[in-house]
Design a protein around this ligand. Structure first.
Ligand SMILES: *Cc1c(COP(=O)(O)O)cnc(C)c1O
Length: 367
């Protein structure tokens, strides 16, 4: 039996990705812009994303997991000898895998540093980055631990420390005093390793001013169309457009309800479009009460609950609503930051949750 075509599709605009990369390059002074392509390139497909960014001039990339780094190395191939950092560092027993794929761990604890160092003994000097925590309390050695490493170099014997990095907890909030505190702590910590490159800024940090840029920035979400302050920013181009087809349009008389639980009741004659996308495709069920889509020139509210494969949209007064037409969940018309705010979340979550049933297509050259 032939498969029915997917009713939901994600369009990834690689030219928009390239424009966002150039925006970040323009913003970053002399710092190198090193794209973060974790979580399969924020759901956009790490392979086409990284190849296009390489073609635009990116030479250093970050992944979260070791496996993400291995995949990246494989699809960049021998002709694109990128520097690839793994933010998870050197988890238990992963040293050989890191080494085999020529990945550089971002070491985030004294134990990880010891493990990578122990592995280096049979091999020779290995490259490494050090993550120092400056206030987020998520990953990284404490500043005093970093100082102890710097002061007793045999703790790092066998390692070539290429980079010292930290991560901002509030980079998307320019007015938050935490940024300045983290920046100052980081500047002190990075000075302990004058031969290593220093890196602090994510997307938000890239827009906080020159003294946040250091040698290398690590933007993620703004490459993929999210504003650096977690809200729509007209300088950033939409990269992802998520659409789904209308399967049916029906009249709902006053007093009747829509969807599971009967949680929404019509108070006037309503036209409801049933759309072929649901929480199995990454649309948040929690989105139901405030969610909306873009259709025929306007934002249109959801009716009732999002279900596994379907959701229902209010198209009252809209004659264009017919089976086969597509509604936009976010993208070129409805910014991903706006859709995320309606759903009570952030663009990162909407982008990375898009499920495997959604058909992917790419606009613009991959390389
Ligand atoms: C995810 C991540 C980034 C990228 O952050 P964005 O806010 O998406 O720009 C940078 N650095 C680290 C350590 C990260 O975990």
């Amino acid at each position: 039996m032939p498969y029915a075509p997917a009713t939901a599709r994600l369009t990834v605009d690689l030219d928009a990705l390239a424009a966002n990369y150039r925006l970040l390059v323009g913003q970053s002074g002399r710092a190198e812009v090193a794209p973060v392509v974790k979580a399969d390139g924020y759901g956009m497909g790490a392979a086409p994303v990284a190849r296009r960014l390489w073609a635009e001039g990116a030479r250093t990339f970050f992944t979260a997991r070791v496996a993400g780094g291995e995949h990246l190395r494989e699809f960049l191939g021998p002709d694109r000898p990128a520097t690839i950092y793994v933010l998870d560092g050197c988890p238990d027993a992963q040293a050989a895998r890191l080494h085999a794929a020529d990945l550089i761990p971002v070491l985030s604890s004294v134990a990880q540093a010891a493990a990578w160092q122990a592995y280096s003994r049979g091999i020779g000097v290995l490259p490494a980055a050090l993550h120092v925590d400056t206030g987020m309390n998520r990953l990284g050695v404490r500043p005093e631990e970093l100082e102890a490493m710097a002061l007793s170099p045999d703790r790092l014997a066998g390692l070539d420390v290429r980079m010292v990095m930290s991560h901002l907890a509030c980079g998307g909030e320019p007015g938050n005093p935490m940024n300045r505190r983290q920046r100052d702590r980081f500047a002190e910590a990075a000075a302990l390793f004058p031969n290593a490159r220093a890196s602090l800024a994510n997307s938000g940090g890239s827009f906080l001013g020159d003294d946040y840029l250091f040698d290398l920035t690590r933007p993620g979400v703004t490459l993929y169309g999210g504003g650096p302050e977690e809200r729509f920013d007209p300088r950033v181009k939409a990269v992802a457009t998520l659409e789904a087809e209308i399967l049916q349009v029906r009249a709902v008389p006053p007093g009747e309800t829509v969807g599971y639980g009967g949680g929404w009741a019509a108070t006037r004659p309503t036209r409801a479009a049933t759309v072929g996308i649901g929480y199995a495709d990454g649309v948040l069920r929690a989105n139901s009460p405030n969610g909306s889509v873009w259709f025929a020139g306007a934002e249109r509210p959801l009716l009732g609950r999002v279900s596994m494969d379907l959701m229902t949209v209010d198209v009252t007064g809209c004659d264009d609503a017919r089976p086969g037409e597509r509604v936009e969940l976010f993208g070129a018309q409805l910014p991903v930051d706006t859709a995320a705010a309606r759903a009570g979340t952030i663009a990162y979550e909407l982008l990375t949750r898009i499920g495997p049933r959604v058909e992917r297509r790419y606009l613009g050259a991959v390389e």
